[in-house]
Design a protein around this ligand. Sequence first.
Ligand SMILES: NC(=O)c1ccc[n+]([C@@H]2O[C@H](COP(=O)([O-])OP(=O)(O)OC[C@H]3O[C@@H](n4cnc5c(N)ncnc54)[C@H](OP(=O)(O)O)[C@@H]3O)[C@@H](O)[C@H]2O)c1
Length: 212
Amino acid sequence: MKRPYVIVNCAASLDGKIALANRRLVRLSCSDDHQRVHALRAECDAVVVGIGTVLQDDPRLLLNPSLALGKSPLRVVLDTTLRTPRSARVLQGDAPTLIATGSRPHKRELPDTEVVECGNGAVDLQQLLLMLQSRGIHKVLVEGGETVLWSFLTSELWDEFTQFISNSFIGGVTSPSIAGGSGIVTSSDMRKFRLEKVERLGNGALLTWQRG
Ligand SMILES: NC(=O)c1ccc[n+]([C@@H]2O[C@H](COP(=O)([O-])OP(=O)(O)OC[C@H]3O[C@@H](n4cnc5c(N)ncnc54)[C@H](OP(=O)(O)O)[C@@H]3O)[C@@H](O)[C@H]2O)c1
């Protein structure tokens, strides 16, 4: 079966960081980029984040009602052991939420939330995408954080990577970056993407990449 079309998106500082050195959330998108991301969410049937982002940023992942873009997409959290707090904002508001876990997650009931087992260790992304496709989800937006970006960008499971580069500088070895994970240690294993588009956007630049 075909998987959904997958767009990976992030906002980074000009030195490639996606949060502050203490991992705290920082707004890197300018207002033009903020609008672009909400329009992108509105085009997609589901948005995906990792449990790290839920615990750190507590995002709602809803469409901004003032932009009148319609119904918010399904929110999907990658959460192997089902750690999402009952109070998480991703479980609230006017959009459904699905938590994808590994096998045998902690047994917990979460209000108005579907929990689906997808694989053994970390959530199996291919299995997840095929399950979403079978439910009529044809376009997915992956919104981070750094570990989830790494997992998608080192897989063949994405189609487009949009990267907003802001005019701010963060630095620091502890600041999350565009991709976390274990990193590549052999030059022949390095991933090369194809630069599709470069646009000036607000105070920064929007780069669109495709798989090489
Ligand atoms: N600027 C931006 O665009 C942006 C957007 C989002 C987040 N952020 C920042 O990113 C940081 C959070 O990044 P993070 O790496 O800690 O968290 P994350 O990428 O949101 O979540 C990572 C966690 O998701 C779970 N997971 C389950 N299956 C996975 C899979 N197949 N691949 C990857 N992860 C999987 C793992 O935890 P379990 O093993 O417990 O399941 C993993 O540790 C925060 O500082 C946040 O502010 C920035």
